[in-house]
Every structure is written in structure tokens, then in C-alpha cells.
Design a protein around this ligand. Sequence first.
Ligand code: TMP
Length: 211
Amino acid sequence: MTETNIQAGRLITLEGGEGAGKSTQINTVAALLKERGLKVVTTREPGGTRLGEAVRGVLMNEYDHPMPAMSELLLMFAARAAHLAQVIEPALARGAWVVTDRFTDASYAYQGAARGLGDDAVATLERLVQGERRPDGVLVFDIPVEQGLSRAGKRGHGNRFDRETVAFHERVRASYLARAEAAPERYRVIDAAAPLDRVREQIESALASWP
Ligand code: TMP
């Protein structure tokens, strides 16, 4: 097979609020895809590259002055530009499936909705940084906010985002659910409050349902 015959991979993203169990379930997703004989790359945002992980440190830490929401959004996309150029696009080009713990839906949910910057600001950067690249499939791990926060055991501590109000996290959740409802062909909502074996079944049927 020549280079040009290699089938491009797919981009699968895991999204959801705090305590939804994405970081554990990414291993389930990767294992299920590997069972199909696919090459799989797992990664996360913000992060995935040296620059991205450094930016993550800047974004997660508390400062004695608040970070403007626009700075937060631009830092997310600064990290994403490196992630796309250095990890995601090269992996897709060699036929791997990329599974990432968060991507641009998180910017819509956290910066666009919860911080109030609006969808248009996020969409502008999405076009600039990603061109036509969009996730092929999005798994939204949904859990009631109070349950997610207490499950994560992060309430009152954790990173800058974990310490936000319940109302903030409700806006995050509502944004994810609205985005899923608007594009049902690409999004699957997983009931992350269900027992672990049920969560796994939902992941299996979501992956099986994408052509
Ligand atoms: P996590 O690793 O626990 O998911 O933490 C990442 C945090 O970063 C999470 O609170 C969501 C936030 N985030 C955004 O606000 N916007 C983004 O675009 C991304 C990728 C993450």
C-alpha cells in the first residue's frame, strides 16, 4: 500500500463536566477501538504537547489576580494549535484514531457558555486554528452537577475550574447537552451516573453506532 492509500484516522473526543469519569473511560474507549485492530493515540486538553502541558499549568493554577476570560480562551486555543500540529493531525494522517480527553466543545461549554464569552468568539478561533477539522465523534459524559462535584471530591479545592460555583458548572452541563442535541449524528450522551458496567455498555453502543 502506498502512502496515499492509507485511510485517514478519526478524531473522537470525550467531554463532560467535573467528576464524570472521562479520564478513566478514555482507557475503555481506547481498548474497544484496539480490539477492532485500529491504531489508537490517546491524549488530553489542555495538554498533549510540551507547550500544551506548560499552558495547562498556567490555566489550572490560582493567581492573586483573576485571569480574564478572553486570556483563558486564547490560552486554550494556543495549546490546541500545538496539539493539532504536533499530535492530532500527524496521527490522523498515518491512519491512527485519536481519542482526546476534551477538545473544542470544552471551550464552547466553559469559556463560551459558563464564562459568558459567547459561541461566536469560540467559533472564530475554531475556524482560525482548526480550519475544517472537527471531531468525527463526541462522547458527552453527563452527570448531575452536584453528584459530579462530590464524586470528584474536588469541591472547594482542586484547580481554578473545580472551585467555580454550582451555577457555573450548570452552564457547562447545559451547553454540552445543547450541543449534543443540535448535532445528534456526531454526539452521543453517556449517562455517567450509571453503574460502571452500564457506562461501558453505552460506550460500546456509541462506538458501534458511528459508521
Ligand atoms: P480536566 O483534566 O479535569 O478535564 O481539567 C481540565 C479543565 O480545563 C476542566 O475544568 C475544563 C477546562 N477546559 C476549558 O475550560 N476549556 C477548554 O477548552 C478545555 C480543553 C478545558
